[in-house]
Design a protein around this ligand. Sequence first.
Ligand code: F0G
Length: 353
Amino acid sequence: MRWEGLIKTYKDFLPVNENTPMLTLNEGNTPLIRLDKLSRDWGVDLYVKTEGANPTGSFKDRGMVMAVAKAKEVGSDAIICASTGNTSAAAAAYAARAGMRCVVVIPEGKIAMGKLAQAVMYGAEVVSIEGNFDQALAMVRKISETEPITLVNSVNPYRLEGQKTAAFEICDQLGGAPDILALPVGNAGNISAYWKGFKEYNELRGTGLPKMHGVQAEGAAAIVHNRVFENPETIATAIRIGNPASWLLANAALSESNGKIEEVSDEEILCMYRKLASSEGIFAEPASCASLAGIYKQLRNGEIPHKTKVVAILTGNGLKDPNTAIDCSPVQPVLLPNDEKAVADHIKGAVHI
Ligand code: F0G
């Protein structure tokens, strides 16, 4: 049967009524891929959910389709968000699809090139501020209180409603919840949404509950250290956030699930970023790889028993951030003359054929 997106598929689980537009870009239904090599090497049963396979290349499409549909339902004709990049891409795309205007506020110089390209192509009004995400979010929250424009950051409850559907899919794909669900944490909306989804599905279908393992970047680890990071810094710009809006909900997910919040260095993130692409053929953006880096760290520390079933969420596509890929890649193109023999000789030497 043709996949028709989240609102139609999960209407019984979502705040959908007869006036809700059936907005969709056929988001959701993303692959759950077993990492065979890493499972063997690490002694666990490891899967990744590739959310980069969504229409705009990140998990944000799940929440955005719901938030934009509900805005449209009540007659709003414009949406606004602050973003480290992926939210702005998703907001701009769904606004275009719904025939609405979109304003995105981003931190100058700190968003990956692919995400900026998306926002401008989808026709958003892009405002770049000399400040960080937390400051941008404070601004758009204020503006949306007084102006006739709908806020679509994850403080909008419809965002979490849409995003919880990924937990349903995992339970269906695996035949139940995994032992551990690992994901990167920035503004902390997604970890809160997943936990809500797992609880709802478990109540209805008895699919079980995972331990929630959130992972932050060391330079932006507010929840880990229980303090605001005034100047968050990390190569994983998607999670360069110092004062997560859904902090309390995330704490509830961590404690109710008997989970854990972890931090990893940029070096650990980049190491996993390269390893995942080169050993499993899966290219996810740096922030996404924090989830696997966190799991690897906990395995080495003996905190995760062998044979544990782990699902790590790869929140965004690697193509979002081509600059980081090129800058940190050990493999650079070799420049040769336009000469068949020279090329053949080089190839024979390089790959030993
Ligand atoms: N991974 C990626 C690729 C993201 O873009 C984000 C958040 C996260 C993880 C963290 O999710 O905020 O729900 O804890 N990106 C937001 C944005 C902040 O503006 O695109 P979270």
